[in-house]
Design a protein around this ligand. Sequence first.
Ligand code: APR
Ligand code: ZN
Length: 326
Amino acid sequence: MKAAVLHEVNKPLVIEDVSLPNPGPREVLIRTSVAGLCHSDLHFMEGLYPHPLPAVLGHESAGIVEKVGSDVNYVKPGDHVVTCLSVFCGTCDNCTMGRTVLCTDTTVKMLPIRKDMPLELAALIGCGVITGYGAVVNTAKVGPGENVVVIGCGGVGMAAINGAQIAGAGRIIAVDTNPAKLQLATKLGATDIVDPRNGDVVQQVRELTGGGVHHSFEVLGRKETAEQAFAMLAPGGTATIVGMIPFGQKIELHGFDFLRERKIQGSSMGSNHFRVDMPRLVEFYMRGRLHLEDWISAKLKLSEINEGFAEMKAGKTVRSVIMFDA
Ligand code: APR
Ligand code: ZN
């Protein structure tokens, strides 16, 4: 089996043959059909998050079940599945309290999906889409008519914008340095666009909204943009940090802003309820409310994976996917 292996940070991935044992009692072997390139992988490749090496990256995928372990009854060979990092044991304190996304179990989970769902679109749901959509709908619980800003319109940010539209948000302001991204954001539901190159982002948002927003989402993973997200809130507003800020880096806020009940919070994998949210996202797509076709910037072969990450780094792509059978 071929895989792109990370041996050293800041070095290209190497395509190698790797072997996998038969699945254990509670494991499933999936033939991966499609894998999305996610910026989290790039954070690891750049050494911004410590991780033991060598490693096979990739966590946003869809495929077909090949074999299941003796205790597995939820999926069977031949099922089409989407994978997600949010595993849950179902019995720990966090799971019992309904916060399955905070379970400390750490193996990838999967969910069967309808067979008429295209696998290259299903792959995106397991990370990028649920992370952005879930941040808006589950973590921040954006209400009808509330104003929303999304900073960083990559795959995850676009899902936040589309999610805000599904949630019935009022103004949906997209912030990105790439005009092509801003244009696509408009198609997915953004009502206004802000280009940081045209001046101070916080000031531009304050002018558009007459004093700040109810909800801001940082979907990039940088100190400066996280600080912007908090600074652009109206009194009572909430900033939700989705991006992975480099490990060990601190962000600075004005203490005064808390006097008007501004809040800042993290969001992990869109606070998803895996078995409920994933089928809903598939249905949203099937009913034309989630515009997944627009996310795919390129379909690549595994041998083109390093080029794919270079384009991501240049901010050019929304989502590139690796097609394993291509
Ligand atoms: N202000 C706003 N947008 C910016 C800026 C900036 N200063 N600089 C870059 N961008 C835009 C890029 O043009 C790109 O469209 O941010 C976007 C980032 O998108 P991707 O690289 O596709 O990242 P994505 O996969 O969406 O992940 C974003 O969310 O889950 C986390 O780990 C993930 O931290 C990462 C973040
Ligand atoms: Zn991801």
